[in-house]
Design a protein around this ligand. Structure first.
Ligand SMILES: [Zn+2]
Ligand SMILES: [Zn+2]
Length: 237
């Protein structure tokens, strides 16, 4: 194979070989970006999922499910301070060990490449949701300086114009706190607009949905400012 035409996997940097029947095995949008080995380690979230957070019921014990909601969402929705703010989250892939390691690597290197791999799928999903505003979850200034770019914003800019409606109030790491602390934590974001958001259908972007706390803090602020719906897209769940 002419090395000029050789394509390398963006995750593992191995050359991507055009195997026989390769096109039919790998989905169109990722065929130039990932080798077959890496592609197969990505697990799409398919089948029955939580109505709000997109958690796959396939990987969840029945005990942690109530109707069409997962246990975590039931708890959020039963809490008067949080119910009804985040309408729905959509995620592309299961946050398995492979994706965890890959995302950590790119976070550490501040690499834009991860976005290239998922850009087409994010665009397709966002087109389907059809929001009036695309809002990135902001990074703290320190994290932005360390990484060089905001991944959540990069998820948008490949296809849409971001609306910078939010900024961070302080940079304390959420992950260091217990769930109870997070729930009772005062707002971590502030609004960057004085406009009424009445009638706006807002789509939030973040790289990973873990506890849902970050997205719900953002959603609460936006709903209180008049937003009609607040949904979100994350790469991993
Ligand atoms: Zn690879
Ligand atoms: Zn849920």
């Amino acid at each position: 194979l002419d090395s000029f035409f050789q394509v390398y996997c963006l995750f593992c940097h191995e050359p991507i070989r055009p195997l026989i029947g390769w096109k039919s095995l790998v989905s169109e949008e990722r065929e130039q970006h990932l080798c077959l080995v890496c592609d197969q380690k990505l697990v799409r979230l398919e089948g029955e999922k939580c109505r709000i957070c997109y958690r796959s019921f396939h990987y969840l014990d029945e005990r942690y499910r109530r109707g069409d909601l997962c246990h975590d969402c039931v708890r959020w929705e039963e809490d008067n301070h949080w119910c009804g703010y985040l309408d729905k989250n959509y995620s592309l892939y299961l946050y398995n060990d492979f994706l965890k390691e890959t995302m950590a690597k790119f976070k550490f290197r501040g690499d834009y490449v991860l976005i290239k791999v998922f850009a087409e799928q994010i665009k397709q999903l966002a087109d389907k949701i059809n929001p009036t505003m695309h809002v990135p979850i902001p990074l703290s200034d320190t994290r932005l300086y360390e990484r060089g770019f905001n991944q959540a914003e990069a998820m948008i800019t490949e296809a849409f114009k971001p609306n910078h409606l939010l900024s961070r109030l302080h940079s304390e790491k959420q992950s260091k706190k217990s769930r109870t602390e997070r729930i009772h934590l005062p707002q971590v974001f502030q609004l960057e607009t004085s406009h009424n958001l009445k009638g706006e259908k807002i789509l939030l972007y973040d790289d990973v949905y873990t506890t849902g706390s970050t997205l719900r803090h953002a959603a609460k602020l936006l709903k209180k400012a008049g937003a009609e719906t607040v949904e979100s897209i994350t790469i991993a769940r």
